[in-house]
Design a protein around this ligand. Structure first.
Ligand SMILES: Cc1cc2nc3c(=O)[nH]c(=O)nc-3n(C[C@H](O)[C@H](O)[C@H](O)COP(=O)(O)OP(=O)(O)OC[C@H]3O[C@@H](n4cnc5c(N)ncnc54)[C@H](O)[C@@H]3O)c2cc1C
Length: 385
């Protein structure tokens, strides 16, 4: 029997949005023989993906199916890199975090237990273990620590550029400065309306299927096809320093004193640049407003108090943007049930999830597969609640 979303063998697919999800999906579509047109409102990789802390992890992901999706995707990153054949500054080494309150220690131990029961190799540590792992860190007060050695981080800009270059090498076309303004639907008889083409102003690009990967702008994009998305966004910021000497011996991501706001997170690119993510200093407005210059100064002060090597280090860039978050915190992936050749892909943790969403979306679109692991993440779940 033909799959319900069957498209021609080499379908022409328009992918809207060239962030990490759109770029990964476009790349994987070309691997499966699709003809791809990528359409981007601005320039590739300037949305949430640019701001992202890009920690590849499944630490706080619940329930199990969502944790498992993230974990599987972490395991796919090496293969993704090999297929791209490019340097994407993929850094492994795990995540180290510690608490400074008794409640924080309890929470850390409880989470480590859940993760271990799910087969995720989190490990509780004491100060001596941390000192052995990272002898140069100023530990100070600590009630407990945990280390998850399969976590890593990546340079999202490099990934997006590599995906686009590899897709273009397989014949894909990229249209930039091309905001999508309409989705043309056609209806035959009583069958559900299907996407006929994607409009950029007066121009329409005909297609067999369309993918919407518009990050925080997904609700507006999906509304062009009459699809309602349960998605909100929060503001986030990351600060990049000038390059400095290596901060860590082993770890890739560092979350010290994660139970005392503002929490400050660290990772370091291979060129020495340190990326710092932080909650807003007053912790009252985290997520509902952009960071000010004085917020950034306070965050840098806090960061240098924990990592003395950052004292006096120059800030090179402050990235601000919106994180897309589906209403229940999990991903929205799959064909719309009202417009059957319209594929939706949006999520928080889209960096961790880029390899699995790219590969799975391409199979569902080109091969008509219905992937079991994606069933919990269909948009229709919001309607049945
Ligand atoms: C501060 C912060 C920290 C984060 N930390 C992590 C982390 O540690 N680990 C992790 O895995 N994830 C993290 N995330 C989440 C992750 O970055 C996002 O889930 C991911 O980047 C989303 O990618 P995307 O491609 O869906 O969206 P985006 O990168 O926003 O790309 C969407 C693209 O669609 C384009 N677009 C929108 N509307 C239109 C239109 N009408 N026409 C054409 N193009 C359009 C936009 O211009 C944009 O380029 C973080 C996010 C933030 C903001």
């Amino acid at each position: 029997m033909a799959p319900s979303n069957a498209t021609p063998h080499n379908p022409h697919v328009v992918v809207v949005g060239a962030g990490i999800l759109g770029a990964s999906i476009a790349f994987h579509l070309t691997l499966r023989g699709a003809q791809v047109t990528m359409v981007e409102a601005g320039e590739p990789g300037q949305g949430a993906s640019r701001v992202s802390f890009a920690w590849l992890n499944s630490y706080d992901k619940n329930p199990f199916p969502y944790h498992d999706l993230n974990r599987r995707s972490i395991e796919m990153w090496e293969r993704f890199r090999r297929r791209l054949g490019a340097d994407i500054d993929l850094v492994w080494g795990g995540e180290l975090r510690w608490s400074i309150t008794p409640e924080g220690a309890e929470a850390l131990a409880a989470r480590a237990k859940v993760l271990q029961n799910w087969g995720y190799p989190a490990r509780l540590m004491d100060a001596a273990d941390v000192r052995a792992l990272e002898p140069d860190l100023a530990i100070g007060e600590m009630t407990a620590a945990s280390y998850t050695d399969i976590d890593g981080h990546v340079n999202t800009g490099d990934v997006i550029r590599a995906c686009i270059a590899a897709a273009e090498a397989r014949g894909a076309e990229l249209r930039t400065q091309a905001p999508v303004t309409g989705i043309q639907l056609s209806q035959v008889g009583t069958a559900p309306a299907k996407v006929e083409g994607i409009s950029i102003g007066e121009q329409m690009i005909p297609c067999d299927a369309a993918v919407l990967a518009g990050g925080p702008d997904m609700p507006a994009l999906a509304a062009l096809a009459g699809v309602e998305l349960s998605l909100y966004h929060t503001f986030g910021a990351t600060i990049l320093t000038e390059p400095i000497a290596p901060l860590f011996k082993h770890i890739a991501v560092f979350h010290p004193a994660h139970d005392r706001p503002p929490t400050v997170n660290f990772r370091q690119f291979s060129d020495g640049v340190v990326m710092i993510g932080a909650t807003a200093p007053d912790n009252q407005h985290d997520g509902d407003r952009a960071r000010t210059d004085s917020d950034v100064a306070e965050i840098m002060e806090e960061a240098a108090a924990i990592v003395p090597a950052l004292q006096g280090v120059r800030v090179q860039d402050v990235r601000q943007g919106r994180r897309p978050i589906p209403r229940d915190g999990e991903s929205i992936i799959g064909f719309s049930d009202t417009v059957p050749n319209l594929y939706l892909a949006t999520t928080h943790s889209g960096v961790t999830l880029a390899p699995i969403i790219g590969e799975f979306a391409a199979m569902e679109i080109v091969d008509g597969a219905t992937i079991d692991l994606l069933q919990p993440f269909r948009l229709a779940r919001f309607r049945s609640n």
